[in-house]
Design a protein around this ligand. Structure first.
Ligand SMILES: C[S@@+](CC[C@H](N)C(=O)[O-])C[C@H]1O[C@@H](n2cnc3c(N)ncnc32)[C@H](O)[C@@H]1O
Length: 275
């Protein structure tokens, strides 16, 4: 399950480039925490915790009597998260390397599951959200941030690189195509959450502009991870630069319009969906 994504997120090039990339999205941690409304003493699960910034902030929000557990199947990003938690001196935080679509995370039941862009990469989203829900107390909250559409996020290089990479394979029957925009459609995402046993789904759309350097989205590691073969890197880089030109500021930095949405829902209670 999720083998291709597991490989991508464990690739050393991803581990090298992610700290550059997350400078954009780390600015959105407050949107996640505000919606999650964590209380002192709560136990919270951070799904797809990556380099752990949101997990560490969640641990601070629940205080020393609470616990934040970050779950992620990327070993290099989890190592980074552990280093950051140690450097921050935050003690009520743990990280586990697990596939959250299928595996158990220790520390359940949690009062809340949160995620900053960590829930879009599953082969079977309804199974994955049902597994997440099985870690929650009855009535427990799910709050996550995910992207709105690719068209609303012009910093995403995918469309400019389509000529250099083979089209993605169709998903196997009954499976979904994972990717950053897989939860962009609010109606479909609401239906998936309902199928996974969540109720009271709410969604708010947001847009913010963040200024940052070009290598937040573009360098050779990131191009290679998007599937560009080494011999086509120069052409692909030129196409990507042209795509980013409208975002370029006189200073040389880029203005990244980030269009995202925050979903929240509560666990309906009762047994989880049969697998
Ligand atoms: C876009 S990154 C977000 C990371 C972090 N939350 C942040 O905002 O910087 C997506 C994360 O989800 C993790 N991930 C994707 N699918 C997963 C799965 N099935 N199980 C566990 N982690 C997964 C990836 O390894 C990656 O760290």
């Amino acid at each position: 399950v999720n083998e291709a994504e597991r490989g991508r997120w464990n690739d050393e090039r991803r581990a090298r480039s992610w700290p550059k990339r997350e400078r954009l999205t780390a600015t959105l941690v407050p949107y996640l925490l505000r919606a999650a409304a964590l209380r002192c003493g709560e136990r919270v699960l951070d799904v797809g915790s990556g380099g752990g910034r949101s997990t560490i902030e969640a641990a601070r929000a629940v205080g020393p009597d609470g616990l934040a557990v970050g779950a992620d199947f990327s070993e290099p990003l989890t190592r980074l998260a552990l280093e950051r938690a140690a450097a921050a001196g935050v003690e009520n935080v743990r990280f586990e390397v697990v596939d959250v679509q299928t595996d158990r995370v220790s520390g359940a039941p949690f009062a809340a599951a949160i995620s900053l862009f960590g829930v879009m990469f599953y082969e079977s989203p309804a199974d994955a959200f049902a597994n997440i829900r099985s870690h929650l107390e009855p009535g427990g909250r799910l709050v996550f941030v995910c992207w709105r559409s690719a068209q609303e996020n012009p910093w995403f290089l995918g469309p400019s690189l389509a000529a250099f990479v083979p089209p993605p394979p169709a998903p196997d029957p009954g499976k979904s195509l994972p990717g950053p925009f897989s939860l962009a459609d609010p109606e479909r995402t609401t239906a998936v959450l309902g199928e996974a046993g969540f109720a009271g789904v709410r969604r708010t759309g947001h847009g913010v502009e963040v200024e940052g350097p070009e290598d937040a989205v573009l360098d050779d590691d990131q191009l290679a991870l998007l599937g560009i073969p080494p011999e086509r890197l120069p052409e692909a880089r030129a196409a990507a630069l042209e795509h980013l030109r409208p975002l370029r500021l006189p200073s040389g930095a880029l203005r990244f319009p980030l269009a995202f949405q925050v979903f929240s829902a509560v666990s309906r209670g009762g047994p989880t969906r049969a697998r």
